[in-house]
Design a protein around this ligand. Structure first.
Ligand SMILES: [Zn+2]
Length: 86
C-alpha cells in the first residue's frame, strides 16, 4: 500500500525534524545556562588549569609541589583561596 508507506515516510521525516529542532534548542540554551568559571592558577608555579575548576590539581601538585606541602594539606587551602606562596 503506497499511501500507507508515504505516510510512514512523512512521519519519519517529521520525527527527524523534531529531533533536529530539539538538538538546536538545547544547543542554543547552552551558552545561557553555563557560567564559565575563572581559570584556576597554581599559586606555586602559575600553571593554568585548563579543565573545569581545579581539574588536574591532584596529579599536578603531587608531581611538582609535594615537597612544598603535602597535597592533603594544600588542597583545602587552594580550594578556599587561602593558600599563600611564602
Ligand atoms: Zn604548580
Amino acid at each position: 500500500m503506497p499511501e500507507k508507506q508515504s505516510q510512514l515516510e512523512r512521519f519519519k521525516e517529521a520525527a527527524l525534524e523534531l529531533g533536529a529542532d530539539d538538538d538546536e534548542a538545547r544547543f542554543n540554551e547552552r551558552p545561557r545556562g553555563i557560567v564559565t568559571p575563572a581559570k584556576k592558577v597554581c599559586p606555586e608555579c602559575d600553571h593554568v588549569f585548563q579543565g573545569n575548576g581545579w581539574d588536574g590539581i591532584d596529579a599536578h601538585w603531587r608531581s611538582k609541589h609535594e615537597d612544598v606541602m603535602p597535597y592533603e594539606e594544600a588542597w583545602p587551602l587552594l580550594r578556599s583561596g587561602k593558600y599563600t606562596n611564602s
